[in-house]
Design a protein around this ligand. Structure first.
Ligand code: UT7
Length: 329
């Protein structure tokens, strides 16, 4: 029997309209445009401002884009996996809410939480559902409304993050393209450097936790930076090695957009020139689980069937990984 692989057959994306620029941040915290640009590469980020809207609303817009491209009814979706650290609610899963809002009544869905590596974890899991032969149409979403957990008086974090969503459709193929390999890692001992202090079962929300601002992202930037540079570059290199891929074989590096310096370090380790690296951090900042599918969405028209893509990420957990995709259309 021919081996079934999971092909990405459509991509959708959505970013909110509101642009939070570096100049505007200068009025909110002690920072400046020059510092932000040279240290991170970010010029602006998108923010979902409308009250009452959450991650699911951005995800719905992203999925609608891909359904339209495929002329597909929401009822054709068999499974929807949503990667996010900013679910609409603690429960039920945001995937369920997305399916409801889309009218995807024949689908089951669940969330995966692996912070900035969430999309890679979800993509690998979704691919396995397709490869098993049991499912033919799986949607994988990466979405975060980071503005809902950012303290806009903390200059160490508020300059980095933004809101956005991306989604891909996975379908079976036997033509040799699709998701070829994945190397995923996690190390929970890294949680001390990047986490949210309260709101979980260890420290449930209380007046005290709110007053202490413990429902925001806490990050020790320098330490995370060091782990990220090593983790993302090492795993990408290892993925190339074990699949005998050289820099010439790779058409595109699709890196998590956390910091331009981390992206550069990964590209250097893989020996890839800048022209082969997808970079949109200057426009959107770090949208956590949204960065990778948002890159695919923006670059979709430049991709050709058979192109080798390496997707790479590092984030809270710590979680990190790299995935080799042979583009299918
Ligand atoms: O995606 C999830 C994983 N997260 C990441 O990958 C993020 C990794 N970390 C980073 O990207 C960087 O560490 C940051 C962008 C967060 C910070 O950049 P950095 O180059 O590591 O800066 P730093 O924390 O070492 O601070 C350098 C200096 C300090 O001043 P002194 O002590 O040298 O006088 C900071 O107080 O820059 C100061 N600083 C700022 N200045 C202006 C810190 N934040 C700011 C700011 N504006 N926003």
């Amino acid at each position: 029997m021919e081996k079934i692989s999971a092909a990405i057959t459509a991509v959708g994306g959505y970013v909110p309209e509101y642009r939070l620029t570096n100049t505007e941040l200068e009025k909110m915290v002690d920072t400046n445009d020059e510092w932000i640009k040279t240290r991170t590469g970010i010029e602006e980020r998108r923010i979902l401002k409308e009250p009452g809207l959450g991650s699911s609303d951005m995800a719905v817009e992203a999925v609608k884009v891909l359904l339209q491209k495929k002329n597909m009814h929401p009822n054709e979706i068999e499974c929807l996996i949503c990667a996010t650290v900013t679910p609409d609610m603690t429960f039920p899963a945001t995937a369920n809410i997305i399916c409801d809002k889309l009218g995807a009544s024949q689908s089951f869905g669940y969330d995966i939480e692996a912070a900035c590596s969430g999309f890679l974890y979800a993509l690998t899991t979704g691919a396995a559902l397709i490869e098993s032969g049991r499912y033919k149409k799986v949607v994988v979403v990466g979405v975060d409304k980071m503005s809902s957990i950012i303290d806009y008086s903390d200059r160490a974090t508020c300059i980095i993050f933004g809101d956005g969503a991306g989604a891909v459709l996975l379908e079976p193929t036997t033509d040799g393209t699709g998701i070829k390999d994945s190397l995923l890692r996690s190390d929970g001992s890294g949680r001390q450097y990047l986490h949210m202090k309260a709101g979980g079962s260890v420290k449930p929300p209380s007046i005290e936790t709110v007053m202490a601002k413990e429902h925001f992202v806490y990050q020790e930037g320098q330490t995370v930076f060091k782990f990220a540079v090593k983790g993302m570059a090492d795993v990408s290199y290892e993925l190339m090695q074990r699949n005998n891929l050289t820099a010439d074989d790779i058409a595109w590096l699709v890196p998590h957009q956390a910091n331009l310096r981390i992206i550069d370090a990964t590209a250097n380790r893989m020996n890839l020139p800048k022209e082969k690296v997808m970079i949109n951090i200057q426009k959107y900042g770090n949208t956590t689980a949204g960065t990778l599918p948002l890159c695919l969405w923006e670059w979709e028209s430049k991709l050709k069937k058979g192109d080798n893509l390496v997707l790479a990420a590092f984030g809270g957990g710590f979680t990190w990984g790299a995935t080799w995709v042979k583009w299918s259309y």
